[in-house]
Design a protein around this ligand. Structure first.
Ligand SMILES: Cc1cc2nc3c(=O)[nH]c(=O)nc-3n(C[C@H](O)[C@H](O)[C@H](O)COP(=O)(O)OP(=O)(O)OC[C@H]3O[C@@H](n4cnc5c(N)ncnc54)[C@H](O)[C@@H]3O)c2cc1C
Length: 364
């Protein structure tokens, strides 16, 4: 009988595992895939995420954070206009290939038992829990991501035609900014990124960029199609050299966050998926993973029943994390307006830099 089983080794699952292991819990972390692996993500690591990562990772692993390219500006390319804004304190750009594997290793070093290539098909009972007749635990955190077999809509009614695409390319001397190109039916982000795990020469890693898009399936389904949707992006991409095979993910579904399923605590995207455009997904995953683990402490110390512990997590999730989801959907609507309404709005932003600064603060 484990104290805690965590399903999924993204930032939510590993942050929960690290937090619980530090507090002395006996933890099992189950992951469907194998780490390291590439993942569809803009790889924009917000200043807030950097602070959280510094507190979760041992000093030896923070090299990854210190050596990552700093992103000190945002450039929003909307139609033929460019809105510029500083990002202060700067964010970082860290390949998920490195980030997720570093967190996984940190959990292992703290005594978390890890099982890669283990897909959880179902969970029995409502505490103590049973998984596949093999593993038993007093508590469970489901951190299996946005659309796993465990949290997909049971009636299949939630449809979405949005998909995510990503690949790394080589570009000579990319600027230290996150560049977001907007077009009808989607947007594409470009930023420099380093990859430390693979044996690249210095030059290649300095010249590596991550290109990641969220797009409606009827607008584009491949990266070349995405790149052709915006004139400046299309020109810029002509000199790129492909470094990784493009990967895709779908569906991208935005639903009201749900931090609980019975007495199972949900963390990260499994609880709620925020528009990637705001660059807060990793930070929300780290925050909710940590919060879920901390909420379980009184239960694991036999001071509170599981049901009350779960209810307390829900309350804290709703007060601390729900507001972030609300502001992001407002900002997203600004950019998905039809062109005829977008143009005067962009003029307004262009003539009022303080407005742009506000927008970027709200999104990045
Ligand atoms: C197009 C796009 C761009 C994005 N850009 C950014 C960005 O720039 N910055 C940012 O902060 N966020 C970004 N995000 C969001 C960010 O990627 C997510 O919010 C973040 O990965 C959530 O972490 P998580 O741990 O909840 O889930 P995940 O990272 O998805 O991890 C879930 C893990 O669970 C495993 N799993 C699933 N089902 C099972 C099962 N049944 N059994 C065992 N294991 C299972 C999966 O293999 C996976 O490893 C982006 C998202 C998309 C789609």
């Amino acid at each position: 009988m484990y104290d805690l089983i965590i399903i999924g080794a993204g930032p939510a699952g590993t942050s929960a595992a690290i937090t619980s292991a530090v507090a002395g819990a006996r933890v099992l972390l189950l992951e469907r895939g194998i780490l390291p692996r590439h993942k569809v993500c803009g790889e924009f690591v917000s200043p807030e995420s950097l602070g959280l990562l510094l507190s979760l990772l041992p000093a030896v692993s923070t090299k990854l954070l210190h050596e990552a390219p700093h992103i000190s500006a945002a450039r929003l390319f909307v139609d033929d206009r460019v809105l510029n804004s500083a990002i202060n304190p700067p964010a970082a750009s860290i390949a998920r290939f490195d980030l997720d594997a570093t967190l996984w290793k940190a959990a292992q070093n703290l005594g978390v038992e890890t099982r890669p290539q283990t897909t959880v098909q179902s969970i029995s009972n409502n505490g103590p829990f049973q998984i596949a007749g093999t593993f038993q635990a007093r508590a469970i955190i489901d951190a299996s991501g946005r659309w796993s077999n465990l949290n997909a809509s049971p009636n299949g009614k939630q449809r979405s035609n949005w998909l995510g695409l990503k690949a790394h390319f080589a570009e000579s001397s990319p600027p230290p900014s996150v560049d977001l190109y907007f077009f009808d039916g989607g947007y594409c982000g470009v930023q420099p990124v380093a990859l430390t795990s693979e044996n690249h020469s210095d030059k290649t890693s300095r010249d590596r960029i991550n290109v990641c898009a969220m797009v409606r399936a009827d607008v584009a389904s491949t990266l070349p199609e995405v790149l052709s949707r915006h004139a400046s992006l299309s020109r810029r991409s002509k000199e790129w050299r492909s470094l990784t095979t493009p990967i895709t993910t779908s569906p991208l579904i935005f639903r009201h966050p749900q931090p609980l399923r019975g007495n199972i605590l949900l963390a990260g995207d499994a609880a709620g998926f925020i528009d990637p455009f705001v660059g807060d997904g990793i930070s929300l995953a780290l925050r909710s993973g940590t919060l879920a683990a901390q909420s379980l402490f009184p239960f694991l110390k036999e001071k509170l029943e599981l049901e009350k512990t779960a209810a307390s997590y829900r309350t804290q999730y709703e007060t601390q994390l729900l507001p972030v989801f609300k502001s992001s959907s407002k900002v997203r609507r600004l950019f998905t307006l039809p062109r005829i309404m977008r143009v005067p709005l962009m003029l307004l932003f262009q003539n009022g830099p303080a407005l742009t600064q506000y927008l970027v603060r709200k999104t990045r």
